[in-house]
Design a protein around this ligand. Structure first.
Ligand SMILES: [Zn+2]
Ligand SMILES: [Zn+2]
Length: 171
């Protein structure tokens, strides 16, 4: 739940305002002007009409909020956020949105040394040269922290603590 609320905070305020404004613009006229004249809706009691209209209109809020989320999320992931926002909005059946969640890039990491955002899994920071990810001294492939041997070339690895120094010598 905490992760979900954290992600909700990514959605920009204008998206929420647009979402609730669209909600009112759709649900209120539907309830007061369309429902009393629609032959199918007229048969239902007023409270059921309210439940249906105000309930289903919430989907609209979710839809606009999701587009707002994709806009901000693509931006912080240094992706082409305008293109993804348009795809999410205009490709029918939410295909643009589904594609976005399948294809989105991982969140960029901040360099612990200089604070620049690094998008790629680079071994060194291009701005200050700090070691970001340990690499194998023999084949230079990225290593996982708990590896004892390199999974790519079989090279036995020194203690994790000494890897940083070894990398700097190699570079
Ligand atoms: Zn750096
Ligand atoms: Zn290796």
């Amino acid at each position: 739940m905490s992760r979900f609320t954290k992600e909700l905070r990514v959605i920009p305020k204008p998206a929420w305002i647009t979402a609730w404004f669209a909600y009112l613009c759709v649900s209120v006229p539907l309830f007061f002007f369309v429902a009393p004249t629609d032959p199918a809706m007229r048969k239902l009691p007023r409270w059921e009409q309210a439940l249906l209209i105000y309930g289903f209109s919430l989907l609209l809020v979710a839809w606009v909020a999701l587009i707002g989320y994709i806009y901000s999320d693509a931006k912080r992931r240094q992706m082409r956020y305008v293109m993804w926002t348009l795809l999410a909005t205009f490709v029918p059946h939410a295909i643009g949105m589904i594609l976005y969640f399948i294809l989105r890039d991982p969140l960029p990491k901040t360099c612990p040394s200089c604070g620049h955002l690094e998008k790629l899994k680079l071994p060194f920071c291009p701005h200050c040269g700090a070691l970001l990810h340990p690499t194998c001294p023999k084949c230079n492939k990225p290593l996982e922290l708990n590896w004892v041997n390199c999974a790519y070339c079989g090279q036995q690895l020194p203690e994790p603590a000494t890897r940083a120094g070894l990398n700097h010598q190699g570079a």
